[in-house]
Design a protein. Structure first.
Length: 271
């Protein structure tokens, strides 16, 4: 018997014209004539392929047909002969597919080339996976320390002036203050030089107002509001301010002695 399967994953089994001849008791030449005539009419699809006869070593032609084309070829045969073909196909489909051994040097070269191509694809896939793993390692090397720094700041107890916050975030103080104003974090009252925080940022725990006293040039005691950025605000700004960055070894700033100063809400300018 010469029933074979193609050498590809999930291969579709095929039946050779030589096996059809054996099962039906016909000569191989007659089976070839029938197949060639049906191919010429466009009723059967298949290519003639060479095979080497195991006994005399000579090369002959044969067809390898799938189930549909096999059934068309034997449609003119008796019911008994068609039953033999069907039974053989049922055996083939029930059995695990096993690769056929190449019967010619040319077939062996084709199979070797196919296997080499598969190995190259596997190697490329493995290299791609390795590259992805390296990229992940690099990302973690950058992202984890930054996340740790953000966590340290978010859970610390300090508060920061605008200049201090700019240094922590490694951005220019002037550009930082401009960004805060443009993005509704801070504002100034008309005629005032003091920055105030928007109430929604205060309520969110990002900002607070430190109330402090000082003596002017005339010796008078005055009070003023200084907006401060809380640790939670620093963590938020580190994610939003363009160019902001945090050192991975950033340590919390100690609590200021006046950290319990009152929060104060101020009327905000109309949007």
């Amino acid at each position: 018997m010469t029933l074979t399967t193609m050498l590809t994953p999930n291969a579709t089994p095929t039946m050779s014209s030589r096996e059809i001849a054996t099962l039906t008791g016909s000569s191989h030449d007659n089976v070839l004539k029938t197949i060639r005539a049906l191919v010429k009419k466009g009723l059967v699809s298949g290519n003639e392929t060479p095979y080497v006869h195991p006994q005399n070593g000579q090369t002959y032609q044969e067809f390898s047909l799938d189930y549909r084309n096999t059934m068309v070829v034997v449609s003119g045969y008796s019911v008994e002969l068609r039953a033999r073909i069907i039974d053989r196909w049922m055996e083939l489909e029930a059995a695990p597919a096993t690769p056929a051994i190449p019967q010619t040097y040319a077939a062996a070269l084709l199979e070797a080339g196919r296997l080499a191509e598969e190995n190259e694809k596997l190697a490329a896939a493995s290299a791609a996976a390795e590259d992805r793993a390296k990229l992940s390692e690099r990302y973690l090397a950058i992202a984890v320390p930054k996340a740790v720094a953000l966590d340290r700041i978010s859970t610390s107890d300090g508060s920061y002036g605008l200049q201090e916050a700019a240094k922590i975030l490694q951005v220019g103080p002037k550009a930082f203050v401009q960004w805060l104003r443009a993005n509704r974090w801070i504002y100034k009252r008309p005629g005032s030089t003091n920055n105030l925080g928007y109430q929604d940022k205060i309520n969110a725990g990002y900002l607070w107002h430190k109330v402090s006293t000082y003596e002017n040039s005339s010796g008078e005691t005055k009070t003023r509001d200084d907006v401060k950025i809380l640790p939670k605000g620093i963590a938020r700004l580190a994610r939003e301010v363009p160019g902001a960055a945090l050192d991975s070894d950033l340590s919390p700033v100690p609590v200021a002695s006046d950290a319990t100063a009152n929060f104060r809400a101020h009327p905000e300018p109309a949007s």
